[in-house]
Design a protein around this ligand. Structure first.
Ligand SMILES: [Fe+2]
Ligand SMILES: [Fe+2]
Length: 182
């Protein structure tokens, strides 16, 4: 039977793996070498395509259900929703910079490092707080009907990298993930 909490947790693990790959490329950047910009852009594109458009809206719908049962959690839930908006904007900013770097534009190193660090740290903390505070709470508080209603309230979309029918344009990203896992 489909377990929504397990699926939710798995997506966080996937995102964590991609953020670690992104961090690795930023470590290469720190040494002065050229990182793999196309891999970095694939990661951001995936997170923008899938996490921003489907994972986060689904969470927003789940948070609304959790709030009904735990009104005392209003502030942390609102904060996580705000973070979804910040993550989306930070992702766009970082994507633009990486696209410029890939086309050999000259950008200040620190500007790129700040944008990447903001994205990586913010995203990592966001996922950690959801995992520690909200997943266990939702697992206890929500009924199967709540999960179904929350899923229906958000747009549904297939994961183009980790899903059953991965998209061809993410082939290289999948290859890199498989290499990391080996
Ligand atoms: Fe989230
Ligand atoms: Fe999440």
């Amino acid at each position: 039977m489909f377990d929504p909490v397990k699926a939710w947790h798995e997506e966080h693990m996937y995102f964590g793996r991609l953020l670690a790959l992104l961090q690795h490329e930023m470590d290469v950047f720190a040494t002065g070498d050229t990182p793999n910009y196309s891999l970095m852009l694939d990661i951001i594109e995936y997170l923008r395509d899938y996490a921003d458009q489907y994972h986060h809206p689904r969470e927003d719908a789940v948070f609304a259900k959790v709030l009904l049962k735990h009104p005392d959690r209003r502030l942390p839930l609102a904060r996580l929703q705000q973070e979804h908006r910040v993550i989306a904007h930070a992702g766009i900013a970082l994507q633009r910079m990486l696209e410029e770097l890939q086309s050999d534009a000259v950008l200040s190193r620190s500007e790129v490092e700040v944008a990447a660090a903001t994205y990586l740290v913010y995203y990592g903390n966001h996922i950690m707080r959801e995992e520690e505070d909200i997943l266990p709470l939702a697992a206890k508080a929500l009924t199967p009907q709540d999960w179904t209603a929350a899923a229906a309230a958000a747009p549904g979309g297939e994961d183009p990298v980790f899903g059953k029918n991965p998209k061809a344009r993410f082939h290289e990203l999948r290859r890199r993930i498989a290499l990391e896992a080996a």
